[in-house]
Design a protein around this ligand. Structure first.
Ligand code: BMA
Length: 401
């Protein structure tokens, strides 16, 4: 982890070297060269952000290396609440069952743009920042999605009033959208660890950002039928350019995550370009109920992996699950079966299941098991499987060796 900025250290050290003998100077230079070389840098990764932080580059390079040997297990909102509890320090339904935290923690920013203290599911943003830091310190990966409210109607993300064109340059809500992105940048900019954060020497936590997800479906205002492919691409590119170049965020990896698709052409219809996407994602909830569905998901993962690898990128099952996990063997018979057995599909780097809600109006809306759930024993087998990684089995993802 970055403790100090080496370039600043070297500059500050120069005047003091002036008084040293040649031998002393040579020794110092050798020492400095040794220090500088002690952290290897990944080869050219062609990331969306060439100026990404060392930890962000290391994360990407390490995930790339893990591909095919392992898949990381992820869970949305894991530390915030579970099926029967909320806000209990250190608690997680996943950890209750297997004794380890997920290797990927998913979080949700919907309503941040409105200045609310909590997101659309009642998770307080200040708490969320704390949990994101805990997850990072546990060595896990952090990913963020954003169910943005509809800027035209004032409705939520599921209000499909046409809005994308209004966010683009020259559009009626362009200034509003920039303000919304400012709230995002403030939030992400705060995600830093390190004792010297107050000196501006903190380590920004790398985040996989998944904007405007599931756009091959028509349920969100940025989805199919509510914006043209060109409008969608323009919105994506503006978002990246603004966050990276105007707001100076260098701890983001960008994941493109369509929902169901039936061809490469459909997957790529709204793809904003190689310069704007780091991770090829896929969200799938429908498939993992039957053997045919498992085969279909494998086939789609193969496509996603092949498209990603052809561009030197990585792939992930960015959201999945079966609400209530009604199938006791779902973890090994469905989820693992869809991924591990196929030589191409197994090269996805992570699979994340959705949240374990405990809202009165959403009974059974959970995607991971909890203590006593009928699928818990099978989830333990899933955890024990050598191909599946949880937080306790991860190599240091944030350092490149
Ligand atoms: C959905 C559901 C909703 C939730 C939203 C954002 O899939 O879980 O209840 O508000 O995700 O987290």
């Amino acid at each position: 982890m970055k403790i100090f900025d080496r370039s600043k250290y070297r500059l500050a050290g120069l005047p003091r070297l002036a008084g040293l003998s040649r031998l002393g100077l040579a020794a110092c230079l050798l020492l400095l060269a040794g220090c500088a070389g002690s952290r290897a840098t990944p080869p050219d990764l062609a990331l969306v952000d060439p100026g990404a932080t060392a930890e962000t580059k290391a994360l990407y390079a390490n995930l790339k290396r893990l591909a095919s040997g392992a898949v990381l297990f992820g869970h949305q909102d894991d530390l915030a609440y579970g099926v029967t509890w909320k806000r209990e320090k250190g608690r997680s339904d996943v950890k209750d069952v297997v004794g380890a935290y997920p290797a990927v923690f998913g979080w949700e920013l919907g309503d941040l743009e409105l200045g609310h203290e909590a997101n659309l599911d009642g998770v307080n943003f200040k708490d969320m920042k704390g949990w994101i830091k805990e997850g990072y310190k546990a060595g896990s990966v952090v990913t963020i999605a954003w169910h943005l409210n509809n800027p035209v109607s004032g409705g939520n993300a599921w209000d499909t009033t046409r809005a994308v064109h209004t966010l683009l340059l020259g559009g009626a809500n362009h200034a509003t959208y920039k303000r919304w992105l400012d709230t995002f940048a403030d939030f992400v900019g705060d995600l830093e660890v390190g004792a010297f954060r107050w000196l501006g020497l903190g380590t920004p936590i790398p985040v996989i950002f998944r904007p405007f997800h599931e756009h091959t479906g028509g349920w969100f205002w940025w989805g199919k039928g509510h914006a043209s492919p060109d409008e969608y691409k323009q919105l994506w590119r503006f978002t990246v350019d603004y966050l990276r170049d105007e707001k100076g965020l260098h701890n983001l990896l960008y994941a493109y995550s369509p929902d169901h698709f039936t061809s490469e052409a459909e997957y790529l219809e709204r793809y904003p370009g190689d310069a704007y996407v780091d991770i090829f994602g896929y969200d799938d909830y429908g498939s993992l109920r039957t053997d045919e569905g498992v085969a279909r998901l494998t086939e789609n993962l193969r496509t996603v992996v092949e498209l990603a690898e052809a561009r030197g990128k990585i792939a992930a099952l960015t959201e999945t699950g079966l609400e209530g996990v009604p199938d006791e063997d779902w973890w090994t018979n469905r989820l693992l079966a869809a991924i591990e057995g196929d030589p191409v599909a197994r090269r996805i780097v992570y699979a994340l299941v959705w949240r374990n809600a405990n809202e009165a109006d959403k009974p059974g809306h959970h995607y991971a098991p909890y203590t006593g759930h009928p699928s818990a024993p099978n989830f333990v087998r899933f955890y024990e499987h050598p191909f599946v990684l949880f937080a306790d089995e991860l190599p240091d993802l944030y350092r490149y060796r």
